[in-house]
Design a binder for this molecule. Structure first.
Ligand code: C2O
Ligand code: CU
Ligand code: CU
Length: 466
């Protein structure tokens, strides 16, 4: 098989092959890092000429960037931001992984209309971790995200600071996604109801980039911002997992491969101390022959920092018995429990503060990266598939879990941040838009909360006294 045939069997397009050629050359473009959002700046979703789109169609970006500006806050702060929509269509700003009250959560029920702004304000009460923001408009999330909308939202706290983790230039943020281009390099969106994948992987919006790093320990904070692609990452240097969606794990775990479904995040320490300066290694994905990111290693200052054996303490959620409180069947590309999403339908009420056991099952259309708004959960059991275990990157606090067919996954979940209406959905974005999503509420008085939410879904907000 020659090279071209090989690439063709890998499913690469003509533009993909041209870009793949670039990956082999010594001339890989430098890896950009997201720029921090300036204090007081507005976050605007709008048209952008993105690094990956060389044609005329361009894409969308936040403040013209893909990934968008890096938002960073400290635990205990109030998060305040004005967001603006400079696009010709509705959008929303969802803070994925953040415990935001429903009205600030960027749900499709609160669109930001073209030419308008919204003021966001909520206290950040959760521990340090890597969240992100992206659009969540009704029926158009997949298209807007594919065209470039997405950015990092990082929370810092004292517990994390005390560990002395690699920081500054030794902390890298990587957004992984994929794209498709026409022969002239313009971005295409080849919509597929069962999830769109592109033949060109992008790291921070750039195809086949290169990073120059010292022979030290590097903290990599990785987000899968793809619409549907699952990444299976490996590297030529030792990787130690230290965190995921909801922040630090209790203890570091050495890993040789990490699997990331859409919306999942991982935090890891890449140890370049054993790599001879002058060598170039790769951060690889199982689906691509060339590395996603080349890392050219140079001699740096000596690094004698030791990764602590213990990172954090995580409360273990407890629940009596093995029977699930609720079971959700994710089927094909558009239903949960046989029903497609209806913005006016609220399916159930969860008692605020109570631990419930939820079971996710399905037979068709998988993998489904299942995401719950308004909380983090703990994965306790995975059965029925090839890997009947909770993976190291699924320990601790999660907000999205990747479910393969025909697996059954059980999680323990508790809502204790904000009462009100939230969403659960598949984060394969074409599934989400296709209807694999539902509304629920959580409240101290669940029945009253459900009644209120159902009335509001029909008639609009009801002011409650007090
Ligand atoms: Cu990242 Cu409801 O989404
Ligand atoms: Cu979310
Ligand atoms: Cu799905």
């Amino acid at each position: 098989m020659n090279r071209r045939q090989l690439l063709a069997t890998l499913g690469l397009s003509a533009a993909g092959i041209a870009l793949q050629g670039m990956a082999q050359a010594a001339t890989r473009p430098p890896l950009p890092q997201p720029k921090p959002l300036d204090a007081g700046a507005v976050l605007t979703a709008g048209k952008a000429r993105l690094p990956f789109a060389t044609g005329t169609s361009g894409g969308y970006g936040y403040n013209g960037q893909c990934p968008g500006p890096l938002i960073s806050v400290r635990k205990g702060q109030e998060f305040r931001l004005t967001v603006a929509n400079a696009m010709q269509e509705d959008t929303t700003f969802h803070w994925h992984g953040l415990l935001a009250p429903p009205e600030a959560d960027g749900q499709p029920q609160f669109p930001v209309l073209p030419g308008t702004t919204q003021d966001i304000c909520f206290p950040v009460t959760q521990r340090a971790g890597l969240s992100w923001y992206h659009p969540h408009p009704h029926g158009a999330t997949a298209r807007q995200a594919w065209h470039g909308l997405g950015g990092f939202f990082v929370i810092r706290d004292d517990e994390e600071d005390a560990l002395g983790l690699p920081s500054g230039p030794a902390e890298l943020f990587l957004t992984l996604r994929d794209a498709e281009f026409d022969g002239l390099g313009a971005l295409l969106y080849p919509y597929l109801a069962n999830g769109t994948e592109g033949s060109v992987p992008l790291v921070n919006g750039v195809a086949w980039p290169r990073a120059n790093l010292p022979d030290r320990q590097i903290r990599l904070r990785i987000l899968n911002a793809a619409n549907a692609r699952v990444f299976r990452l490996s590297c030529d240097a030792p990787m130690t997992l230290i965190g995921n969606d909801g922040g630090l794990l209790e203890a570091p775990v050495a890993v040789t491969e990490v699997q990331m479904g859409p919306a999942e995040r991982i935090d890891l320490i890449l140890d370049l101390r054993g790599i001879a300066p002058g060598r170039t290694i790769g951060l690889r994905d199982a689906a691509f022959e060339q590395s996603l990111l080349d890392i050219a290693v140079h001699r740096g200052a000596p690094d004698d920092w030791d990764l602590p054996a213990r990172l954090s303490t995580i409360e273990k959620l407890r629940h009596d018995g093995d029977a699930p409180d609720r079971t959700f069947v994710f089927e094909n590309s558009s239903t949960i429990n046989g029903q497609p999403f209806d913005p006016r339908r609220i399916d159930f009420a969860v008692p605020f503060g109570r631990v419930e056991r939820w079971r996710f099952t399905s037979a068709r259309g998988a993998p489904h990266p299942i995401h719950v708004h308004g909380t983090h959960f703990q994965v306790i059991q995975r059965q029925g598939g090839d890997r009947p275990r909770v993976e190291p990157w699924e320990r601790g606090w999660k907000d999205t879990v990747l479910k393969w067919a025909p697996e059954q996954i059980d999680v323990l979940v508790r809502f204790d941040a904000h009462e009100g209406r939230y969403l659960m959905h598949c984060h394969k974005l074409e599934h989400e838009d296709g209807g694999m999503m539902l509304n629920f509420v959580t409240g101290r008085d669940p029945e009253a909360a459900l009644e209120k939410a159902r009335l509001e879904a029909l008639y609009g907000p009801i002011c409650s006294p007090g």
